[in-house]
Design a protein around this ligand. Structure first.
Ligand code: GDD
Length: 321
């Protein structure tokens, strides 16, 4: 089986490759990267015989067409995206182009090349739910989508494009609405990595022991990335084409409680300061997903406890800084 991963040099993409190499000996991994992408998340895969790294920019239709023509993958995991919510207010057009046009380029190339049997997972997001009322949790897939950022709107579009290409052309698409996921290799702009890196730098004396934070009242449903990529894999093996599934832990934490748990692991005393620049024009206040549909379909359940994820993320940054 040939598997193509977009977002291969990123967080989930590199973990998905690790998972496949460890658990699926008959699978070849084709990871795409832009020529200038940073590679520290995949450097450990460079000498793997079952991994091939190809240059491709999924925002470019020619590049995507040529890559899919060469590989003719059996599975595509479309994980690549502009994925940081605040950037989507600063660069909404770029966010829309990358996230929406990238997916269209993949689907149109598949259509052109007659890749009828290729299954495609689209990494959609719990951000699509946006404004959620207190009586709507845990959130089911049927909840109204009320997106609160350009990023969230781009993910709603990606989600419905996958539905539409399934209905129009019979494509085998699966839409996974991933709730927050974190762990080692997470980019340093995302909250758990951001806080962990600040602690690691303070411990090494590279900064004052002052933690800068944004909105601590928001609540998020965190899954370890290693559980998340296992779910992505299962989505294309067990889920119904065209359908949508929450991937969540079925629990929620305030960002304040995440901060408290991380600070409890710190070797130095940390002072907390709110940084107005870290506040968003509109923030999703609560994400708490109902994962019943996906768990019943696939037998998946999250295995790694949240405290281990926090500790592993902090230790990752302790080695990096
Ligand atoms: N990044 C960041 N930095 N977030 C902070 C901070 C801070 O200093 N302080 C508080 N927060 C709050 C944010 O306001 C938000 O409510 C929450 O922490 C999580 O922020 P992020 O880690 O940036 O993630 P996100 O929830 O906006 O989006 C992530 O999850 C989505 C799935 O729900 C991203 O991974 C998206 O790509 C993904 O789709």
């Amino acid at each position: 089986m040939k598997v193509l991963i977009t977002g291969f040099t990123g967080f989930a993409g590199s973990h998905l490759a690790d998972y496949i190499l460890a658990k699926h000996p008959d699978v070849e991994v084709y990871g795409i990267k832009r020529w200038r992408s940073r590679t520290e998340n995949i450097d450990h895969l460079r000498n793997e015989k079952r991994v091939k790294i190809l240059h491709c920019d999924f925002r470019d239709p020619v590049s995507v067409y040529n890559t899919l023509k060469e590989v003719r993958p059996d599975r595509i995991f479309h994980l690549g995206a502009q994925s940081f919510v605040p950037t989507s207010w600063e660069a909404p057009s770029d966010t829309m182009t990358t996230n929406i046009m990238g997916e269209i380029n993949i689907f149109e190339a598949m259509k052109e090349l007659g890749l009828k049997d290729t299954r495609v997972q689209i990494a959609c997001s719990s951000e699509e739910y946006g404004h959620v009322n207190e009586d709507e949790v845990p959130i089911k897939e049927t909840n109204p989508l009320r997106p609160l950022s350009p990023y969230a709107v781009s993910k709603v579009t990606q989600d419905y494009l996958a539905y539409q290409y399934h209905k129009s052309y019979g494509f085998f698409t699966v839409r996974t609405r991933g709730f927050n996921h974190t762990g080692p290799r997470r980019g340093d702009v995302f909250v758990i990595s951001d806080f962990s890196k600040q602690i690691a730098e303070a411990e090494k004396g590279k900064r004052e022991p002052v933690m800068y934070v944004g909105n601590l009242q928001a609540k998020r449903d965190f899954t370890d990335v290693r559980d998340m990529v296992r779910a992505y894999w299962l989505s294309l093996e067990k889920c119904d084409p065209g359908d949508v599934y929450n991937i969540a832990s079925n629990s929620t934490h305030t960002i304040q409680s995440c901060l408290d748990r991380l600070i409890a692991l710190s070797e130095v005393k940390i002072e907390v300061k709110q940084d107005p620049k870290r506040m968003r024009p509109s923030d999703v206040m609560i994400l708490y997903g109902d994962n019943t549909k996906f768990c019943e379909k696939t037998g998946w359940k999250p295995e790694i406890p949240f405290d281990k994820t926090l500790e592993d993320t902090l230790n990752f940054w302790r080695e990096r800084v």
